[in-house]
Design a protein around this ligand. Structure first.
Ligand code: UDP
Length: 406
């Protein structure tokens, strides 16, 4: 099939770890590669955010990345992109009407991509599949006034859910959220993200360790909702271990990052400056080294639409202690591959981590089961196969799509 993936702010070619570059970029890159492996033709459409970018770039994994001119050719925060989605969708329509390549299905990633997809799909008669990656309702609930999303985000997300040909949710928690928003369950299929089982393996080089110290690893964009403060506070209950934080700006720029400075100040005020280490952004191909160097991955977000890092750790044979939120409640099996604790509770987190670090036999059991679960349930090949089934279904039965915006 000819598949157009739309990912307005998250390019599969981006460097990860920065504020708006994380799981969606990885997801789109891995999904595109897996679809190509399965014999599909894939183009990923993302916003042109630098003046010197060629319109089309062939990625090493065999898909094309198309840079769509929409708004200024410079980086913009994702919350500023909505006004440029009309231009984005018009460009797609012109390309697909006049060019030699028209998709048979459009798969939109994130809600603004969905608006562009629905508009372009409506004009060209191509069905649209929607994956949200994150929901405005959840963000608003947790971030309150700090949420800078456009005011109409939640309304658009609801309309999208009721208008696209299929919603692909990534976990059961997301389905519940969408149903509460008023999106009918019958319009949804659950297909989780995968993990790259060639990149993330238990065997291979590991980052250096401090002799005699257990290592807790925590990974993510340096944003508050990832719960790094909870992890640092939890270290009070985990004597003799170090906490390594991967993600954020490159190491050289950590000093000028306000949140990184806050985390370091917190560690110092808890008397843990020598046990908490921020290493900054790590290239995707180096992530396996860091997972393999750890005794446990801790993922302590307030909320998490899916969460790739726990799966990546599991595929490296590392147990996960996470908060019982979002996708983690599907990927982590408490008492078998890791443990789940309430969010924002340093004592519960620290106690769970310390319990696991002091129980070698349980840690070994979790590690083995985590690896097994990642391999059995979360390969990208399986994700691509299930998605291709959905693509086949929506192209076989066309229902009229409605233009929401632009
Ligand atoms: N990542 C990376 N380098 C970093 C930090 C993160 O390559 O320094 C990758 C990580 O391996 C994962 C993604 O970024 O693939 C983060 O995805 P996740 O779903 O955990 O979080 P999100 O960023 O979507 O909130």
């Amino acid at each position: 099939m000819r598949v157009a993936l739309i990912s307005e702010h998250a390019s599969p070619l981006a460097v990860l770890g920065g504020e708006d570059a994380g799981g969606q970029n990885t997801h789109v890159a891995e999904l595109a590669a897996a679809l190509v492996d399965a014999g599909h033709e894939v183009r990923v459409y993302t916003r042109r955010d630098a003046p010197d970018l060629p319109v089309t770039v062939r990625a090493p994994d065999g898909f094309d990345v198309v840079h769509v001119p929409a708004g200024p050719a410079e980086p913009l925060a994702k919350d500023e992109l909505l006004p440029h989605m009309r231009e984005f969708s018009h460009w797609l329509v012109e390309r697909w009407r006049g060019g030699d390549w028209t998709p048979e299905v459009i798969h939109a990633h994130f809600w603004m991509s969905g608006l562009a997809a629905l508009s372009a799909g409506g004009r060209t008669g191509v069905p649209v599949v929607q994956t949200y990656h994150a929901l405005g309702t959840v963000k608003r609930r947790h971030q309150g006034v700090q949420d800078t999303s456009p005011a109409r985000r939640v309304a658009y997300e609801r309309e999208l859910g009721c208008s696209v040909d299929r919603v692909v949710a990534q976990c059961r928690d997301e389905v519940g959220e969408l149903v509460r928003m008023g999106v009918p369950r019958s319009r949804m299929t659950i297909i989780p993200s995968g993990v790259n089982l060639n990149t993330f393996t238990p065997l291979g080089p590991a980052a250096e360790r401090v002799p005699g110290r257990a290592r807790i690893l925590t990974v993510g964009r340096l944003v508050e909702r990832k719960g790094f403060q909870t992890v640092i506070r939890a270290m009070a209950h985990v004597p003799d271990a170090e906490c390594v934080v991967v993600g954020g700006p490159p190491a050289g720029l950590l000093e000028s990052d306000p949140y990184a400075r806050r985390l370091r100040a917190l560690a110092a005020s808890c008397g843990m400056a020598d046990r908490v280490r921020l290493v900054g952004a790590v290239p995707r191909e180096e992530m396996g080294r860091w997972y393999r160097s750890a005794d446990v991955l801790v993922a302590a977000p307030w909320y998490e639409p899916f969460g790739l890092t726990p799966l990546e750790a599991m595929a490296c044979g590392i147990p996960v202690i996470g908060t019982a939120v979002g996708g983690l409640t599907d990927t982590v099996v408490p008492g078998r591959t890791g443990d789940l604790v309430p969010a924002r509770d340093p004592r519960a987190l620290g106690t769970a981590v310390q319990g696991l670090l002091t129980d070698r036999i349980r840690r070994f059991g979790y590690a083995t089961a985590a690896l097994d679960r990642a391999r059995r349930c979360y390969s990208w090949a399986a994700t691509a196969e299930k998605l291709a089934e959905v693509y086949g279904e929506v192209t076989a039965v066309r229902r009229p799509t409605r233009v929401v915006a632009g």
